[in-house]
Ligand binder design. Structure first.
Ligand SMILES: [Zn+2]
Length: 152
């Protein structure tokens, strides 16, 4: 059984498989954010409009978490991707090796299983996947530290 993970924000998948995040833009100050806010987080204006965010994004920073609640894959890479207009979104980064975690590298928006529930149900949400295949023998699973944080 597949379920949508509890949503931090609204997202959709097109018939072509493209993932689109639904945030908001403030015409007053130009700020675009995801998830959506009815009041601008920058200037407080109540006049916000829907703004759609599409990949690719660029990797800005990340952390690698090795100790997680049950049901999550370990290690789990979580990072900020920056979209056009400088909007940054936090999401898991999947199918990635340590050598691919370099600032500015392009990330595709994808959808995948974030965690597995106690009864085997799979929770799906948006995530980032590196666009270019890079050569790497530095597997994340081979790293021993319990947690590390870095700015890409
Ligand atoms: Zn504003």
């Amino acid at each position: 059984m597949t379920e949508v993970a509890p949503r931090i924000g609204k997202w959709t998948v097109t018939t072509d498989g493209d993932v689109i995040l639904s945030g908001t833009n403030c015409p007053q100050c130009g700020e675009t954010v995801f998830p959506a806010h009815t009041i601008c987080v920058r200037c407080g204006s109540p006049d916000t409009h829907e703004a759609l965010l599409r990949g690719p994004a660029k990797l800005r920073s990340f952390t690698i978490v090795h100790q997680l609640p049950s049901g999550f894959p370990s290690p789990l890479v979580i990072g900020y991707g920056e979209f056009e207009g400088r909007t940054q979104v936090l999401a898991p980064i999947v199918d990635v090796t340590r050598n691919q975690l370099i600032e500015g590298r392009p990330l595709a928006l994808t959808v995948g299983v974030t965690r597995t529930g106690e009864n085997g149900e799979e929770f799906v949400t948006y995530q980032f996947t590196p666009i270019e295949p890079w050569e790497s023998d530095d597997s994340l699973s081979a790293r021993a530290s319990s947690q590390e944080t870095g700015h890409a």
